[in-house]
Design a protein around this ligand. Structure first.
Ligand SMILES: CC(C)(COP(=O)(O)OP(=O)(O)OC[C@H]1O[C@@H](n2cnc3c(N)ncnc32)[C@H](O)[C@@H]1OP(=O)(O)O)[C@@H](O)C(=O)NCCC(=O)NCCS
Length: 168
C-alpha cells in the first residue's frame, strides 16, 4: 500500500521533507534492529526486548506491520497486533511512529491495516492515562474506553482499556 501524506501542519515542524511517502508491509527478521531502535526512540519505559520483537515477527498469532519511508528506506513506524486462541478479540499491543514522521496520519494508516487484517469482532488496546495524543487518536478512530487498569505500567501509571467493534 502506498501512502502519500501532505498535511501542512507537520511541514512546519519538519522542514526537511514536506512530503512523506511510506509503504506499509509485514515486518521481516531483518527489520529487528530498526524496530528495536524505534522502540527506544518512542518509549521511555515498558519497551519490548529484541527477543520479544523477534518472537512476534516470527509468530503466526501476531501481525507486525511496518511503514517504510520511501525516500530513506528506513522504518518510520510499526504496529503490533496479537490474536489469541482463547480470546475473541484481537489486541493492539504496540504502535509507534518515529518523531520525524508524526502528525501525518501514519498511525491511522497502520491501525486501518490491522483492522483490515483482523478477523476478530473487536480490537482492544491499553494506553497510558497520560498519553493524551494517543487517546485522542484512538477516540478519533472509533475506540471507546471500557475499563481502567490500576498501576499497569512499570512507573505505576494506570492504563485505559479501549475497544472498537469491527461492526461500527
Ligand atoms: C501516538 C502516535 C502513535 C501518533 O502517531 P501519528 O502518526 O503522529 O498520529 P497522527 O498523525 O494522527 O497525529 C496525532 C496527533 O499528534 C499530534 N501531532 C501533530 N504533529 C505532530 C508532531 N510533529 N509531533 C508530535 N505530535 C504531533 C497532533 O496532536 C495530532 O493530532 P491532530 O491530527 O488532531 O492534530 C505517536 O505520537 C507516537 O508514536 N507516540 C509515541 C509512542 C506512543 O505513545 N504510542 C502509542 C502507545 S498506546
Amino acid at each position: 500500500m502506498f501512502f502519500n501524506g501532505s498535511r501542512d501542519p507537520f511541514a512546519r515542524h519538519h522542514p526537511l521533507s514536506p512530503h512523506i511517502s511510506c509503504t506499509i508491509r509485514q515486518a521481516v527478521r531483518e527489520d529487528l534492529t530498526a524496530l528495536y531502535q524505534l522502540e527506544e526512540r518512542c518509549f521511555s519505559g515498558d519497551r519490548m526486548s529484541r527477543r520479544s520483537l523477534a518472537h512476534h515477527i516470527a509468530s503466526p498469532r501476531a501481525i507486525v506491520s511496518v511503514a517504510v519511508d520511501a525516500e530513506h528506506s528506513d522504518i518510520a513506524a510499526y504496529i503490533l497486533m496479537l490474536s489469541h486462541a482463547q480470546r475473541r478479540d484481537d489486541r493492539l499491543y504496540s504502535l509507534a511512529v518515529a518523531p520525524t514522521h508524526r502528525g501525518r496520519g501514519l498511525a491511522g494508516q497502520l491501525l486501518q491495516e490491522c483492522e483490515r487484517l483482523s478477523h476478530a469482532p473487536n480490537l482492544y488496546l491499553e494506553v497510558r492515562t497520560d498519553n493524551d495524543t494517543a487517546i485522542a487518536l484512538y477516540q478519533r478512530l472509533g475506540f471507546r474506553e471500557t475499563a481502567r487498569r490500576k498501576s499497569y505500567y512499570q512507573d505505576g501509571m494506570d492504563a485505559l482499556v479501549m475497544i472498537k467493534s469491527k461492526s461500527q
